[in-house]
Design a protein around this ligand. Structure first.
Ligand code: NDP
Ligand SMILES: O=C(O)C1=N[C@H](C(=O)O)C[C@H](O)C1
Length: 282
C-alpha cells in the first residue's frame, strides 16, 4: 500500500482524495490545508503538493527535512527552487521530486506537438505568429497557467525563438476546468491544437499515477511528468501518414514494396528538448 499525504485540500486536493479513497493500492494518511503538515504528522511514502505557489518553498523544506518524496502539481512557483545548491532541495538528502504543471498525459502529448508545430513554423517561408491561450475558472490565482508556460516553452524550443516571442493570453471565466490552445498562424494558414479538461478527475488520476511512478524510482533527484509520459508517448509521433510513399519500387510479381518516406521535421520528444531527469541533488 502506497501511503500519501496531501498538501492542499482545495478543488484538486479534494478530487485526489476522493479518487484515492476508491483505489485499493493507495491510502491518504493525512491531508492538510493552509496550516501545513504539523511536526507530529505520520510519515508517508509520497506527499502531493496541490496548494499555492507561496507555500511550495516551505513544503520543499519540509520534504527535505523529513526525507519525504514529493509530487508538485502546484503552479506559479519559481522552478529555480529546485536548482542544485539553491534554496530548494539542492542541499538536502536524497529525496525524489516530480513536478507537473498539468497531470494529464494528453497535455504531455500536446507539449510534444507544440515542439513539432514550432519546428514547422521555423521552416515556413512566410512569417508565422505563435501563441498559447489558457482559459480557467474565475478563482484560479496564477496567470498564465503553468501549462500555458510549458506549452509556450515547447513552441519556443521547436521554433528556436525566445519564449517571450510566443504570445500568451489568459482568460478567467466562470467554472472552466482547464482549456489550452497552441496556435501557429501565418498569412496563409492557421493551425490550432486544443486540449480541454472535462473533469478534475483527469488531474486527480494523473496525480496518483505520478505518485505511483515516483515511488517506483530509485534515483534521488528531480523528475517531470515528461519523464513519466515518455514511456507512454515515446513512439507516438512516429505515425504513418497513410499516404502512398513516393519511393515505391515494384517487385516482379507486381507487389509494391516501399521504404517509408522520411521527413526532416524534428521529432518532439526525447531528442527535441524533453525535460529530463535533472539528476540527484548534491
Ligand atoms: N498539475 C495539475 O494538473 C493541476 C494543478 N493545479 C494547481 O494546483 C493548485 C491548487 O489548485 P486548486 O485545488 O484549484 O486550488 P484551491 O484554491 O482550491 O486550493 C488551494 C489549497 O492550498 C491551500 N493553501 C492556500 N494558501 C496556502 C498557504 N499559504 N500555505 C499552505 N497552503 C495554502 C488551501 O488551504 P485552505 O484550504 O486552508 O485554504 C487549499 O487547501 C494550483 O496551483 C493550481 O494551479 C490545479 C489543477 C490541476
Ligand atoms: O488551477 C487550475 O485549475 C489548473 N491549473 C494548472 C495550470 O496552471 O496549468 C493545470 C490545469 O489547467 C488546471
Amino acid at each position: 500500500m502506497l501511503t500519501l499525504g496531501l498538501l492542499g485540500t482545495g478543488r484538486l486536493g479534494t478530487a485526489i482524495r476522493a479518487l484515492a479513497d476508491g483505489a485499493d493500492d493507495v491510502q491518504v494518511v493525512w491531508a492538510v490545508g493552509r496550516g501545513g503538515p504539523p511536526e507530529d504528522e505520520q510519515a508517508v511514502d509520497i506527499a502531493i503538493d496541490v496548494s499555492t505557489a507561496a507555500a511550495v518553498p516551505g513544503h520543499l523544506r519540509w520534504a527535505r527535512a523529513t526525507g519525504t518524496h514529493l509530487v508538485i502539481g502546484t503552479t506559479g512557483w519559481d522552478p529555480a527552487l529546485l536548482d542544485r545548491g539553491g534554496p530548494g532541495i539542492g542541499a538536502g538528502p536524497g529525496i525524489r521530486v516530480l513536478t507537473a504543471p498539468n497531470f494529464s498525459l494528453g497535455v504531455a502529448l500536446l507539449r510534444r506537438l507544440a515542439v513539432a508545430l514550432g519546428g514547422y513554423a521555423a521552416r515556413a517561408d512566410v512569417p508565422v505568429d505563435l501563441a498559447v491561450t489558457d482559459t480557467h475558472h474565475r478563482n484560479k490565482v496564477d496567470a498564465p497557467s503553468g501549462t500555458a508556460l510549458a506549452l509556450r516553452e515547447g513552441l519556443a524550443l521547436g521554433s528556436e525563438r525566445r519564449p517571450e516571442d510566443v504570445q500568451v493570453t489568459s482568460l478567467r471565466l466562470g467554472e472552466v476546468i482547464g482549456d489550452h490552445e497552441v496556435i501557429a498562424a501565418s498569412p496563409l494558414e492557421t493551425l490550432t491544437l486544443r486540449h480541454t479538461a472535462h473533469s478534475r478527475d483527469l488531474f486527480a488520476a494523473g496525480a496518483l499515477t505520478a505518485a505511483r511512478w515516483l515511488a517506483g524510482r530509485t534515483e534521488p533527484g528531480v523528475y517531470t511528468l515528461d519523464d513519466l509520459a515518455e514511456d507512454h508517448l515515446r513512439d507516438l509521433l512516429d505515425v504513418s501518414t497513410g499516404a502512398v510513399p513516393t519511393n515505391v519500387a515494384s517487385t516482379s510479381d507486381g507487389d509494391a514494396t516501399a521504404t517509408p518516406a522520411t521527413t526532416d521535421i524534428p521529432r518532439a520528444g526525447a531528442s527535441a528538448g524533453r525535460p529530463t531527469h535533472a539528476g540527484a541533488p548534491a
